[in-house]
Every structure is written in structure tokens, then in C-alpha cells.
Ligand binder design. Structure first.
Ligand code: WQD
Length: 363
């Protein structure tokens, strides 16, 4: 199948592109680089050994999307395009609603216009209400989200349910991610958040490689195995494979389905730090500070529905994720590019006429 990957140079999108290509699918990738690096395009082509069309566009731009869907016969859309920082969403909620909901609506309109009836959506465990029993199942309470980011994912799920109900032939999979970690085994792509990482694993990796002085542990007085927060950390490769399984699941089906993509296991902050130190041989200085507002003590998935219905389970371990994350960070201590090189590449992009009809040549 030919898959349109919206947001395909981001952390999860880029790893999913590799799994799609490895699975024999054709891909058409679009990204506006608002939260990713242009360098990723050619790294994906180099790792996979395959060329694919790339469009440097904002998927909210319906005219440009129309150009892409006119240029290529798309069989399925995977929608990663959106802003994804919990903390940032509290500071700039309007940008989050405009971006995340706008991209989803524009993609649905392009699908309706061009007769595309399959979509996989990058949703999140943040749609679940607080106060649920653990582990979270797909039937756990949703809504009453703790932050605008979670609300945008909740609302996008509803938009997609309604669009699927209005288009009888549509088949939509909503994938609720837990905590993605790790990197591709090559060490050439990985998690490279802009600015100071808010998520645990990239902060650990940047501390280990010397970019950060020490890790702040947000509280060690929770009712957990060692007092620190417990989460369901899923290797990015397993998460990417979950998308391929979801695409296969959509074949011959209609309506909307929901799946948790997690490991079903919880790991504490201290357990993850220790695993990373063991995998890297590097030390991760840390300091216990106050709890972070909005944090749950424990959050992990019941992933049995994906196992039953998608034939998918997470196979890689925390140790695999730490080793792969370290390989990426050691190979790319400053992420994809230092700021100067990144500016040069972005400027060259801005000057080149990357319309929706010309695939980006990459650098
Ligand atoms: C994990 C644990 C922190 C950083 C996030 C967001 C969202 C979602 C999943 C996509 C917690 C502790 C963290 C640090 C720390 N992704 N921590 N020091 O909060 O579970 O969820 O990822 O939808 O991005 O909801 O992930 O990595 O921020 O925190 O002690 O510097 O690590 O308290 O217990 P979280 P996280």
C-alpha cells in the first residue's frame, strides 16, 4: 500500500517510516519541521536504501495537501502531525487546538475529496481521565484531561469517530501511546526534542552524554516500588511495528477501533536511570526535587486488546531501549544538528521552491 505519513520526520513518524518501508509499503512523507529536523529525510533514505517523495508542508494547508493527494494515489494515512508537549500546551493552548485539530480536519477533508478511506491516528494515554484503576484498558474512562495537549488528542479522536461515521467506507484506528523510548539500532535517528527535554528518557540520555548537568527527579515520595513515578516505557521500534499491524488490521473493516500501545509493565524513574547507566557505562547524576504538577504516581497499559486483535505485542526490553538510546545520543551528542547547521539547512529549504508538486530533494 501507499501510505501518506503526516509528520513523518518526527521521533515516532521517522521510525514508523522505516518499518513501513521494511514491510514493503510505499510512503509519501510530509512535515513542516516545526518539531523535527530536515536532516531526517535523507537519513531515512540512507538507512532504508529507498527513495520516497517528501513534502515540506504544513498539513493544515488544504491546497498543498490537495496537491499531494492529486500527485499520488494514497491508500492510507498515518497522522502524526501535531504539537506534543504537555507543559507547552498549558502555556499556549490556542496554538495546540489550532494545530492539532486543524491538521486532523484538513487531512479528513483531503481524504473525503480523494476517496481515501483508511487512517491511523497518533493518539495518547493522556486522553485517559485521572483516577482510573491501573492498568488502563481501552474501556477506561477518558476525558476530563489534565492538560490542553491531552484534550486535543481527545477531541481529535472524536472528530475522527464522527468523520468515520459520516463516511460509511472509512476505517480508522486510534492508537493510544504510552511512553515511547529508545532509537533505531543504526543510531542515526532518535529522539531529539527541541530545547530542554520535558520527557525522562531524553533528559537521562543528554545528562549521560554531558549536555545536562544532572537529572531532576520529580519526587521520590510516591506510593510506588521506590517512591518515584512509574510509567509504561515502550521501545520506539515496537511502537512503529504497532502502526504496521494497525494498517493491516484496517483492511476489509469499517468504523473506528481503539488500541493501547504499551508493554503492560511499569518501570520507575530510578529503575530507568539504573538501566541506562548499566547500558551506557555512563553515570547520570541526579537530584530529588518536588513533584511535577499533574504527574500521576503510576500509569501503565493493559495491551492485551492489541495482542488479541492486531496480533502485536511489544517485544523489546527497557535494557534494549537504553542501549539503543545511548547509541543514538553518543553518535549525535547535539541531536541532528547544532543550531548553526540547522539554521543553514532551514534557510536553504526556505529559499528552494518546495511546492507541493516537487518532492524535497533533502540534504
Ligand atoms: C515520566 C516520569 C516524571 C522528567 C509524557 C506526556 C506526553 C506523552 C507521554 C505522548 C514521570 C519523571 C520526567 C524529568 C522526572 N506522550 N520525570 N524528571 O509525564 O509520563 O508523559 O509522555 O502522548 O508527552 O504525557 O512522561 O517522560 O515526562 O515523565 O523525574 O526530568 O519521569 O515525574 O514520573 P509522562 P515523562
Amino acid at each position: 500500500m501507499r501510505i501518506f505519513v503526516a509528520g513523518g520526520t518526527g521521533y515516532i513518524g521517522s521510525h514508523t517510516v522505516l518499518e513501513l518501508l521494511a514491510g514493503g509499503h510505499d510512503v509519501v512523507v510530509a512535515d513542516d519541521f516545526s518539531n523535527s529536523s530536515p536532516v531526517v529525510v535523507n537519513r531515512l533514505r540512507q538507512i532504508s536504501g529507498k527513495f520516497f517523495p517528501f513534502y515540506n508542508i504544513d498539513v493544515r494547508d488544504e491546497a498543498k495537501l490537495d496537491g499531494v493527494f492529486s500527485d499520488h494515489k494514497i491508500d492510507c494515512v498515518i497522522h502524526f502531525a501535531g504539537m506534543k508537549s504537555v507543559g507547552e500546551s498549558v502555556k499556549m493552548p490556542l496554538a495546540y487546538y489550532a494545530d492539532n485539530l486543524g491538521a486532523t480536519i484538513a487531512l479528513c477533508r483531503a481524504m473525503e475529496k480523494h476517496g481515501v478511506s483508511k487512517l491511523v491516528f497518533s493518539s495518547s494515554a493522556t486522553v485517559y481521565s485521572s483516577g482510573n484503576q491501573m492498568p488502563l484498558t481501552e474501556d477506561s474512562a477518558v476525558g476530563n484531561c489534565a492538560n490542553p495537549y491531552g484534550w486535543t488528542k481527545y477531541m481529535c479522536e472524536q472528530i475522527l469517530r464522527d468523520a468515520a461515521a459520516a463516511n460509511s467506507g472509512w476505517s480508522v484506528a486510534l492508537l493510544r501511546y504510552f511512553n515511547p523510548v529508545g532509537a533505531h539500532i543504526s543510531g542515526d535517528i532518535g529522539e531529539d526534542p527541541l530545547g530542554t527535554p520535558s520527557n525522562l528518557m531524553p533528559y537521562i540520555a543528554q545528562t549521560a552524554v554531558g549536555r545536562r548537568e544532572s537529572l531532576n527527579v520529580y519526587g521520590d515520595d510516591y506510593d510506588t516500588i521506590d517512591g518515584t513515578g512509574v510509567r509504561d516505557y515502550i521501545h520506539i521500534d515496537d511502537l512503529a511495528k504497532g502502526h504496521v499491524a494497525a494498517i493491516n488490521h484496517l483492511e476489509g473493516k469499517t468504523g473506528t477501533s481503539v488500541f493501547n500501545l504499551g508493554t503492560g509493565k511499569g518501570t520507575s524513574v530510578y529503575e530507568l536511570v539504573r538501566a541506562f547507566e548499566k547500558a551506557s557505562g555512563a553515570s547520570v547524576p541526579q537530584k530529588v526535587v518536588g513533584r511535577r504538577e499533574g504527574d500521576l504516581p503510576i500509569c501503565y497499559a493493559d495491551a492485551s486488546k492489541a495482542a488479541r486483535e492486531l496480533g502485536w505485542i511489544a517485544e523489546k526490553s527497557i535494557e534494549d531501549a537504553c542501549a539503543d538510546s545511548w547509541r543514538w545520543q553518543k553518535k549525535n551528542p547535539d541531536g541532528y544538528l547544532d543550531t548553526i547547521a540547522s539554521t543553514q539547512v532551514r534557510n536553504s529549504l526556505a529559499s528552494s521552491s518546495c511546492s507541493s508538486n516537487s518532492a524535497f530533494s533533502g540534504t
